[in-house]
Design a protein around this ligand. Structure first.
Ligand code: IPE
Ligand code: IPE
Ligand code: MG
Length: 243
């Protein structure tokens, strides 16, 4: 069987379940988001150790503005806190941080923080960490199309792919969603066209290295056909071996 035996080059994660994790512990939802950052730090390290080149995480969606104002404010505070506390260590660990999403509605302070973090880590190459913040797949596609039109370029699949927010990395091989829901919630609508989808019942703050390895093992056992038949893939692999 032809399978995705390799480690995925690009893993994307919908980090869902922070609120429920906190509620289970009679804590405010924001405590779950704080714990979520701790788990993210561990996951970046774990992915780097497994030679995953790119990790993309969904941290705040275009639709999350609809949450109660105190939760939105709390999430902005956590982002600011993470920017001031975590970036130095990420820099030491060779993490290249990129923020993906619309910056229009963000405060000047946050925008400056994002720019600084990106500039400081721009030449790192151990792992790329894309943090999708104020991101939505529909925004991404419409935004790219708008840019092409403004540049008088044709709206083709190739041109769109090269203009989307994640144009600097290949499409995700594996999309993991924690928290039990089985939906994309407007995450990477274009880029996940052929991603393997993996749903974990674990809430994001409970996700750990063993859970990551279970997802990677399932990924490795899947057959990615990209529209072809299994026989074609076997023949392609045979040719590759002979070469
Ligand atoms: C995901 O966790 C984090 C964000 C959306 C910011 P949730 O806050 O959605 O957690 P649940 O789904 O309510 O448990
Ligand atoms: C998706 O989770 C967004 C992030 C994890 C940042 P949501 O909790 O917002 O998704 P829905 O509302 O359950 O679809
Ligand atoms: Mg949720």
């Amino acid at each position: 069987m032809t399978s995705a035996t390799d480690v995925p080059q690009h893993v994307a994660v919908v980090m869902d379940g922070n609120g429920r994790w906190a509620t289970q512990r009679y804590l405010p939802r924001i405590a779950g988001h704080r714990q979520g950052v701790e788990v993210l730090k561990r996951m970046v390290r774990a992915c780097a150790e497994r030679d995953i080149a790119t990790l993309t995480v969904f941290a705040f969606s275009s639709e999350n503005w609809r949450r109660p104002a105190d939760e939105v404010l709390g999430l902005m505070d956590i982002l600011m806190m993470a920017l001031s506390r975590e970036v130095t260590q990420m820099q030491r660990d060779g993490v290249q941080i990129r923020f993906v999403g619309s910056r229009e509605a963000l405060s000047e302070k946050i925008k400056t923080g994002l720019e600084k973090a990106e500039a400081l880590t721009a030449s790192n190459s151990k792992i790329v960490l894309n943090v999708c913040f104020n991101y939505g797949g529909r925004w991404d596609i419409a935004n790219a199309a708008r840019q092409l039109v403004a540049l008088n370029k044709e709206v083709t699949e190739d041109n769109l792919s090269q203009t989307l927010a994640l144009a600097h990395c290949p499409d995700p091989d594996l999309v993991i969603r924690t928290g039990g829901e089985k939906r994309l919630s407007n995450f990477l609508l274009w880029q996940a066209a052929y991603s393997e989808l993996y749903f974990s019942e674990l809430l994001w703050p409970d996700f750990d290295e063993a859970a990551l390895d279970a997802a990677l093992a399932e990924y490795a056992a899947r057959e990615r056909r990209f529209g072809k038949t299994s026989q074609q893939l076997a023949a392609d692999a045979g040719v590759a071996v002979q070469n």
